[in-house]
Design a protein around this ligand. Structure first.
Ligand code: GAL
Length: 667
């Protein structure tokens, strides 16, 4: 558990560096990330490197006792490189190349870009790979930021054709898999296949899905190239990449497989403003962020990180990039930091040391104001540093692993497929996964977010948000797990080629849950359908008698349960169709329920699984790590913890104030 900061020595006069390093150290910061946007200073002209300033910056940081996270500078190809190789620029769906003048203006598939990247990464890794102050690496910066995963350049299309060849072998196989006989879309050779854009109406969905799979693989290939170079020149130094919050445009599991540290960039207020949350929720959590948003990401990235995950960039104050940019309430920077540690983070690194007075992000706060005074976020970072020392002194284990009792299956292809074939305009996979997560967290449960091929042993409860493609063997693994399993609607609804399964949904799941989804319908946002629970499904002590138990939203799977003897209909829609069926420990939700109903059902199922359910409302959250229980209060009223001895607390006390944090020894 340690603190870090993002620092841009190239933005400041050299005369400030020593003082900056000294003040970082005094504040309790231990690691400093540098150079991810510094290419134009490292190599001002083709082949002419200027290492002097960077050598000195690293030496200054190292001399102050700080560890450097060295970055490859590929997120910002310099002007001269773009002028020499304009094919580096990515091409948008409109067929036009993006221009120079911001960042991430590159195409993962461009051969000249691949070569240029190889060259600069090698130069940086050779120079600093064995430098004693360089302890870690970061590849590039935020792959995919600003919609840059997919490019429609000729280079991308050429590589896509190769990718298709490798996947299908013959063009006949491709035609069959996609179903190109529809609308006479059949191909005679792979070379006839273009990018799925610019069509008169909807391009072929299987074609679109494969293009996204391909684009995702391109990111993994590009990252792997950088990681291999770093490992060759900097043995023993862990390599990270900084992923983005709730970002789903490439398969993060595949990219993380090549890294040591999956880190992510946490901007809870910007995220709240930019995500789907309705205006009332945006107002409610305006200055705190949604209580489950950062946590969800912590748990996503923890699950794919070999070493403890990091928050590589932590919001320190207002950001500049959301539609509106409120300031965090006092205490929130501290709360967010502790929440990351409680979820297993190894490092929380603030973005950035000092607010820049120039360029695109001049309105973005730092730990220090542009005139170099410690800002609110900076003071709170200092407090966190002190508290880390307290927790460690009290026997806290800085490397303790976190293990959830519930597994939530999270899948990137599901997002792409459901976006390509939403069938209802607001069928937004990450939102539904998040809502399941949020319902579990409101019950005080610790959740592991896992890929569909993760080992499932040891979990008492497994929750599967809508998972259209159920891979071979998954149904059997679920059945064997012994856990209570909750399956969301649309699970098993498509084949891997994006076709309807021959036996209809839930496809391969019918082996363990013999039902048949014979029809589906989507519901517009202002329409809900009442759902009534049968009494056994009410959950102990939560019976409410007759009448609707809650509302279904967005979607209905209409289930045929005829002939399946041991299927229990646990809830029905008003028109009599099953809304929730179960077969022993397997539960299938035929819709997405309102939050209260989801919480109630998850509570009942978790209790059946033998889990300790601790309902904590919507503003308080509990996490456990390394013998300590952490409590976070996102609300505006104090929260009293009952039954914990006063001397068990190492941070805070029984009364957790608004925006407060408490940590006590788990009894
Ligand atoms: C991140 C990015 C940083 C900075 C920050 C501002 O997305 O990695 O470079 O732009 O946002 O919030």
């Amino acid at each position: 558990m340690r603190l870090g900061v993002c620092y841009y020595p190239e933005h400041w006069p050299e005369s400030l560096w020593e003082d900056d390093a000294r003040r970082m150290k005094t504040l309790g910061i231990e690691q400093v990330r540098i150079a991810e946007f510094a290419w134009s200073r490292i190599e001002p002209s083709p082949g002419e490197y200027d290492w002097g300033w960077l050598d000195r910056a690293i030496d200054v940081l190292g001399a102050a006792g700080l560890q450097v996270v060295m970055c490859t500078p590929t997120a910002t190809p310099p002007k001269w490189l773009i002028d020499r190789h304009p094919d580096i620029l990515p091409v948008g769906a409109d067929g036009r190349a993006r221009t120079f003048g911001s960042r991430r203006h590159y195409d993962f598939s461009s051969p000249s870009w691949f070569e240029a990247s190889r060259r600069i990464c090698t130069a940086v890794a050779e120079r600093y790979g064995r430098h004693p102050a360089v302890a870690y690496w970061q590849t590039d910066n935020e792959f995919g930021c600003h919609h840059t995963v997919v490019s429609y350049s000729p280079a991308a299309v050429a590589r896509f054709r190769e990718w298709l060849k490798a996947r299908y072998g013959t063009v006949e196989a491709l035609n069959r898999a996609w179903g190109t006989v529809f609308w006479s879309m059949e191909y005679r050779s792979f070379d006839e296949v273009d990018a799925p854009v610019g069509t008169v109406t909807e391009a072929h969905p299987s074609h679109r899905l494969d293009y996204r799979r391909f684009a995702s693989d391109e990111v993994a290939r590009y990252n792997r190239m950088q990681v291999e170079i770093i490992r060759a020149h900097s043995p023993g130094r862990p390599v990270a990449h900084n992923f983005m919050q709730l970002f789903t445009e490439f398969d993060h599991y595949k990219v993380a497989a090549d890294l040591d540290v999956a880190s992510w960039d946490s901007y809870p207020l910007g995220a709240l403003e930019e995500q789907w949350f309705d205006p009332a929720l945006k107002a409610r959590w305006l200055r705190t962020g949604h209580p489950d948003f950062a946590s969800f990401n912590h748990d996503v990235y923890r699950g794919m990180s070999k070493l403890p995950f990091w928050v590589m960039e932590q919001q320190p104050g207002p950001v500049n990039w959301a539609h509106w940019n409120p300031a965090p309430l006092p205490g929130m920077v501290r709360l967010w930091s502790w929440e990351a540690f409680a979820h297993g983070a190894g490092c929380v690194s603030y973005f950035r040391w000092r607010q820049a007075p120039f360029a695109q992000e001049q309105m973005h706060a730092g730990l220090n104001t542009p005139d170099n005074r410690l800002d609110v976020g900076g003071r709170e970072a200092g407090q966190v540093a002190e508290e880390i020392r307290t927790v460690l002194a009290a026997g806290g284990d800085a490397n303790a692993a976190v293990r959830g009792s519930v597994a939530l299956v999270y899948d990137y292809e599901a997002k792409w497929l459901l976006e390509i074939h939403p069938q209802g305009a607001d069928f937004h996979y990450p939102r539904f996964a998040f809502e399941y997560y949020s319902a579990l967290r409101a019950l005080g449960l610790d959740v592991d977010v896992v890929p569909v091929d993760a080992p499932l042993d040891g979990y008492r409860m497994i929750v599967v948000p809508p998972l259209p493609v159920v891979p071979d063997g998954f149904a059997e693994r679920l059945a064997k797990s012994g856990a209570q399993v909750v399956l969301g609607p649309r699970t098993g609804s498509k084949t891997v080629d994006l076709q309807i399964p021959a036996t209809l949904p839930p496809g391969p799941l019918a082996g363990i849950l013999p039902v048949r989804v014979w029809r589906v319908e989507s519901l517009r946002p202002n329409v809900t359908e009442p759902v009534t629970l049968a009494s056994r499904a009410q959950g102990e002590g939560e019976g409410e008698g007759s009448g609707a138990s809650g509302q279904a939203r967005h979607w209905r799977d209409l289930l045929d349960t005829d002939g399946a003897q041991d299927i229990e209909v646990a809830a029905r829609f008003a028109d009599g169709h099953p809304a929730y069926v179960r077969r022993g420990p397997l539960h299938y939700f035929a819709s997405l329920f309102d939050d209260a109903l989801s919480v109630r059902l998850f509570a009942a199922i978790a209790r059946e699984a033998g889990l300790a359910v601790e309902p904590c409302g919507d503003a308080v959250r509990i996490s456990r790590r390394g013998g300590f229980t952490y409590v976070f209060n996102y609300g505006n009223a104090a929260h009293e913890l009952a039954g914990i001895a006063d001397d068990a607390f190492v941070i805070g006390a029984r009364k957790v104030e608004p925006q407060g944090v408490a940590a006590y020894r788990t009894p």
